[in-house]
Design a protein around this ligand. Sequence first.
Ligand code: SAM
Length: 247
Amino acid sequence: MPHPRLGQHFLIRGSVLERIAAAACPTPENLAIEIGPGRGALTEKLLKRAARVIAIEVDPYLAGFLEHKFAGEPRLQVVRADVLETDLAQWGHAAIAGNLPYYITSPILEKTVRLRFPRAVFLVQKEVAQRLAAKPGSRDYGFLTVQTAVFAAARLLFEVKPAAFHPPPKVDSAVVLLEPRPADPAMGDAARFLRFVGQCFRQKRKTIRNNLAGIYGKEAIEQWPEAGLRAEQIPFEGFAEMFQRLQ
Ligand code: SAM
């Protein structure tokens, strides 16, 4: 029985599994890390494209199932662990893939983009995928977009309907590709920069002036060309520029 609390919606459509594996490993890879392998449907496809696969599964029943299913496959290592407690960098450079458990999508994204892996391909809620790939000025552009853009360029690859899963989730899904991008020198320390971005988005409907004047002083912010804009209208580079002005 699928475990409802662990976000277990298994992909049953072969073409979707194939496309995720191909996006994660467009050319043969030495190593792929899979987050939440479940019953191993995506794992099988990844094993065709990567010399080794490390599959991290928290549910002991499913981990046992996988060990049994792939007993004759020395190229697969099943790791019985919570992905959020696992040091993913310990295996070195790897392509990352997963049909993610939706209840922990944000912490998984936050953790993986910071590692600057060559590529991560995740199946997530469509709404999250749209926020990750959103352009400034669009409804979906927000803190999550900028937080991700600090480390990675995000692209929505394709959408997946609930019927592709068993049991079907209540929401539409989509596959996103995340590729590392070089750090912007204007950004400085990422944690401090993101605190600043958080202040800019504090009240989404308010202008930069209104969100920042209380913290940095009205005079300083009033001069800025962005003072009358809302954070959702400002591209990533704009935040880096504003942040630099405050240094
Ligand atoms: N990859 C499989 C598929 O597509 O059919 C299963 C995907 S299912 C949406 C999510 C998987 O993540 C489940 O197998 C679940 O047990 C596992 N999972 C949930 N929380 C986890 C965690 N904290 N660490 C590792 N795996 C987790």
